[in-house]
Write a protein that binds this ligand. Structure first.
Ligand code: COA
Ligand code: AMP
Length: 637
């Protein structure tokens, strides 16, 4: 790496901003279209910039059929490695295409048409990938719900997305624990107002289904009885999927992704960012329920003709902290992507990484991390353990692919601990202060991106365009607000320091403290509460509840805490990791009554905080500080 790489990067980045339509038109030539676009970039009637508007294509064709048609049908498309069921299964592009075509036919027989929504509530098994691609094949819009969410969260998504059909599996498996999905689904359907017409259940041997004769279809016989169908031709701007993510309020936001821009952007990212191409093995150790799973377990690698790895296991305990090294070696993985929290879990169990020495990791070229801030100690530990570039890159459900990265396939630059390097071509990134003025090197502010966003980024929020505008565009007109804060150094390197809103990141899972507050506040003893993210050495952040009791209530702290833990587990799911709450007398607020969550967050993390001029009663801060000290929440410093 040197001057040449910097010039290559700088020239490409500048070109992408100078002539976005030209830049992406040449990338669009690399994906197969049924009708090639002639209009690259234009604003729709709502003023949203849309890509490739007159192009026609099909995402499942890009992922599967194009490779079969090009004579690569026998190449491996997917390796399913499941230590929790002791299974390894391999599917070629042809096999995956053929099963997808049948499932697509089965959906069509159930009446699913272009534009209909299908909710997928399934774990990390090949049928989940097939379900997503089958929806794409017929133009149905899939919405995958992560298995760690409780029935209520599933119900909210069902009511918002209004699926015609639900595809589900009988269980997920957490190390050795079977998590039956059917009771969760049944409960969600009791709570939800919307009724799907059909439920197709995939019965796993680990957990039998209790069939409801008038509702459920059995997956395998349904798939076998179906006629395979071809890919339909879809508009580039037709929706491919909805993926719900946590926002500031309790109600999840349905992020919409379209077909054309998504395919072009992800295909570009595989080559330019991840440095892989056909026949390479790509592994993202995430879950299909998250955006990383959508983009880099399912779509990106398959678009690029790579073999993708679907891993149903954990970094530790399945069976030990050598699990990742075993998978990397056994399947000759070339590019690996995981959340830092997973490496922190490995480091805790095996600090010297002795288990790694049992495996041959010579196939590995790059180690990518994202999903949360890569803390410098984890970065340095990884650098010591793996003899490949460690690449921190930053992005979000909304963007669908990286905003900042060190681009392995374009020009690898020098890395800096704590930085996700530089903006990826297409993303015109700025750091602004509250008044919308651009900040200089080292000055921390809101990270925003100037419109138009590149292909692949969200064009709207499902069923609520106003929310899209209010959440992302209203604060800084003309700029997309990422919700993250940070700064650039004198070389332009980007340092993402954390969310500026009420979203927290727990073990790589994005969660809303607003939703937790709704649940905590609903407890009969609670008058008012605030939930904030608190720094955690392993999980990055964990939630902490601060609770004010109603006047006449006498309840022990422990009993209340147990109640609240169980309410949040029931309401959101175990992944919320809500384990701690403290009773306090008062919460600091502004004169208009808004709780000063940022100040509380800084206080519980032992950081310096500024007393805002809008504070109602500054004395509450010292009172709260003392209460947190007395209850052992913060140390005495
Ligand atoms: N279905 C059901 N329950 C789930 C689940 C799922 N898919 N995923 C997690 N849970 C449960 C866990 O079993 C645990 O339950 P418990 O409280 O009863 O023990 C709880 O949710 C909390 O899980 P988690 O926060 O993941 O902690 P953990 O200690 O089980 O695992 C890690 C810690 C680091 C190993 C794990 O969080 C991990 O692998 N994280 C990577 C996250 C990731 O890939 N994110 C995607 C963005 S890149
Ligand atoms: P999600 O939408 O679940 O992918 O979560 C996106 C959020 O995770 C971002 O807005 C950031 O707050 C955080 N995030 C993701 N990647 C990084 C990274 N590399 N560095 C810092 N924060 C990150």
């Amino acid at each position: 790496m040197g001057v040449e790489e910097i010039e290559t990067y700088a020239e490409t980045y500048a070109r992408s901003l100078r002539d976005p339509a030209g830049f992406w038109a040449s990338e669009a030539e690399r994906v197969p279209w049924f009708r090639a676009p002639t209009r690259m970039l234009e604003q729709d009637e709502q003023g949203v910039w849309r890509w490739f508007t007159d192009g026609e294509m099909n995402t499942a064709y890009v992922a599967l059929d194009q490779h079969v048609d090009a004579g690569r049908g026998d190449q491996l498309a997917l390796i399913y490695d499941s230590p929790v069921t002791s299974t390894i299964q391999r599917l070629s592009f042809r096999e995956l295409r053929d099963r997808t075509a049948r499932v697509a036919g089965g959906l069509r027989q159930l009446g699913v048409e272009k534009g209909d929504v299908v909710v997928i509530y399934m774990p990390m098994i090949p049928e989940t990938v097939i379900a997503m691609l089958a929806c794409a094949r017929i133009g149905a819009v899939h919405s995958v719900v992560f298995g760690g969410f409780a029935a209520n969260e599933l119900a909210m998504r069902i009511d918002d997305a209004k699926p015609r059909v639900i595809l589900a599996a009988s269980c997920g498996i957490e190390v050795q624990r079977i998590i039956p999905y059917q009771p969760l689904l049944n409960r969600a359907l009791e709570v939800a107002e919307h009724r799907p017409e059909h439920v197709v259940m995939f019965e796993r041997p680990q957990c039998p289904v209790e069939w409801l004769a008038d509702r459920d279809l059995e997956w395998l016989s349904w798939e076998q009885a179906s006629q395979p169908v071809e890919c339909v031709s879809l508009g580039a701007t037709d929706p491919l999927y909805i993926l719900y993510t946590s926002g500031t309020t309790g109600k999840p936001k349905g992020i919409v992704r379209d077909h054309g821009g998504h395919a072009v952007a992800l295909n570009y990212s595989m080559r330019a960012i991840y440095g892989v191409g056909p026949d390479d093995v790509f592994w993202a150790a995430s879950d299909v329920g998250w955006v990383v799973g959508h983009s880099y377990i399912v779509y990106g690698p398959l678009f690029a003709g790579c073999t993708t790895l679907l891993y149903e296991g954990k970094p530790v305990q399945t069976p030990d902290a050598g699990a990742f090294w075993r998978v990397l070696a056994e399947h000759r993985v070339n590019s690996f992507f995981v959340a830092p929290t997973a490496f922190r879990a490995i480091r805790k169990e095996d600090p010297d990484c002795t288990l790694r020495k049992q495996y041959d990791l010579s196939s590995l070229r790059y180690q990518f991390v994202a999903g949360e801030r890569l803390d410098p100690p984890t970065y340095l530990w990884l650098q010591e353990q793996l003899q490949v570039p460690i690449i921190d890159h930053w992005w979000q459900t909304e963007t669908g692919w990286p905003i900042c990265a060190n681009m392995a396939g374009l020009a690898l630059l020098e890395t800096k601990a704590g930085s996700c390097t530089l903006p990826v071509p297409g993303w015109d990134l700025k750091i602004l202060d509250e008044a919308g003025r651009e900040l200089g090197p080292g000055e921390e502010g809101a990270i925003v991106v100037k419109a138009p966003l590149p292909p692949g980024a969200l064009p709207t929020v499902w069923g609520d365009h106003q929310r899209y505008l209010a959440s992302y565009w209203d604060d800084y007109p003309g700029f997309y607000q990422t919700g993250d804060g940070g700064y650039r150094d004198e070389d332009g390197y980007v340092f993402v320091m954390g969310r500026t809103d009420d979203v927290i990141n727990v073990a790589g899972h994005r969660l809303s403290t607003g939703r937790m507050e709704e649940i905590v506040a609903a407890h009969e003893a609670v008058a008012e509460c605030a939930v904030v993210g608190r720094a955690d050495a392993e999980k990055g952040q964990v939630p902490l509840g601060l609770v004010i009791l109603k006047n006449d209530v006498k309840v022990g702290g422990r009993a209340l805490r147990d109640d609240l833990v169980s309410a949040v587990r029931q309401g959101i799911g175990p992944i919320a990791n809500f384990r701690e709450s403290v009773i306090v007398k008062r919460l600091p607020k502004t004169r208009s009554g808004k709780i000063l969550r940022k100040v509380i967050r800084n206080m519980v993390d032992g950081e310096r905080y500024q007393i805002p001029s809008t504070i109602d009663d500054p004395e509450i801060l010292s009172e709260l500080h003392q209460e947190l000290l007395d209850q052992g929440v913060i140390g005495d410093k």
